[in-house]
Design a protein around this ligand. Structure first.
Ligand code: 13P
Ligand code: SF4
Length: 305
């Protein structure tokens, strides 16, 4: 079957079966085109609460599907690829966070949303890359333990210097692998391009940027900017989406290595199989107690953000 026919089948089936397809913007173009909503982690959390359908198919990674289930426990939530995890989400254990909290008495534990449902139960508020600076600034507490992404944590600290922000060693292996040398080489190859970067990159990379933001913020900046060329310092699907959306501009990947294998585990064929006869994917099942405990920091995020 060709891609257009498969996409037509997906569009027909999702309507027939009353399924909302949510997709993170790191998924492939042909999936993004048939989704009900495509966005960054924060936008997906908001949509998860709002969508009227009883079933949500999350094309992304596990913590995103868990977040949908936590926010809408009455819905059936399916993760498009059962083995699509986020390595960062699994870097810290509940015990380590509890120990760290004791070593920094009186702190608020701020968790990047890229964490397991279990880890969220011992955190005070979740943030996403688009809301972290705003939420940490607005929180009443001055002592912040930021987990698990030390790069996003350091970026937040640079933007909110009046607070005592500590972080632990953790982060996104895809973004954190980018180097200052790669940025300098990309800038030398494209001297007229603006460099737009995700705050999951290391500070030595982030400090060379013309703009720092979440995936949605990077896309928004590039679309509105008068500049014509951009080096994109986040997952390479964003380069592809922007090139489709802005044919008059040129987009260059910071590195061909900027690919999240977990986000690429879902194919359009997987989406069609799940909708057709429930083949593949995994229904997210969380206990009522886990949902209740993990929803507190997510609700706090939505209230602050
Ligand atoms: P955002 O969706 O907040 O930009 O985060 C990117 C990411 O790495 C998601 O896993
Ligand atoms: Fe996790 Fe990084 Fe992939 Fe995002 S890009 S899902 S943080 S590994």
């Amino acid at each position: 079957m060709n891609v257009a026919d498969l996409q037509a089948e997906v569009l027909r089936l999702k309507k027939e079966k009353d399924v909302c397809i949510l997709a993170h913007s790191y998924v492939a173009r042909e999936i993004a085109e048939v989704a009900d909503f495509v966005g960054d982690s924060f936008q997906l959390s908001v949509k998860a609460k709002d969508c009227p359908q009883k079933t949500v198919l999350m094309c992304g990674v596990r913590f995103m599907a868990e977040t949908v289930k936590i926010l809408s426990p009455e819905k059936t939530v399916i993760l498009s690829a059962a083995d699509a995890g986020c390595p960062m989400a699994e870097q810290l254990s509940v015990e380590i966070v509890e120990q760290a909290r004791k070593m920094f008495p009186g702190c608020a534990v701020v968790a990047y949303i890229n964490t397991t449902a279990e880890l969220k139960t011992v955190c005070d508020v979740c943030v996403t890359s688009s809301s972290a600076v705003k939420i940490v600034s607005n929180m009443p507490q001055d002592k912040i333990l930021f987990i698990p992404d030390c790069n996003l944590g350091q970026y937040v600290k640079s933007q909110v210097p009046n607070k005592d922000i500590r972080y632990m060693q953790g982060g996104c292996p895809v973004h954190a692998a980018m180097t200052r040398e790669e940025v300098l080489a990309a800038k030398a190859a494209h001297p007229n391009a603006l460099f737009l970067v995700h705050p999951e990159c290391v500070p030595a990379v982030v400090e060379l940027a013309d703009f720092v933001g979440s995936t949605a913020a990077i896309m928004d900046f590039a679309k509105k900017s008068d500049a014509e060329e951009f080096i994109i310092g986040t997952e390479n699907s964003i380069v592809e989406h922007l090139q489709y959306d802005c044919p008059g501009k040129m987009f260059y990947p910071l590195s061909k290595r900027l690919i999240c294998m977990n986000m690429k585990l879902t194919t359009l064929g997987d989406v069609a199989n799940i909708l057709r006869d429930g083949r593949g994917g995994e229904e997210i099942v969380l206990s009522d107690e886990l949902i209740e405990a993990a929803s507190r920091p997510i609700d706090a995020m939505l209230a602050f953000g």
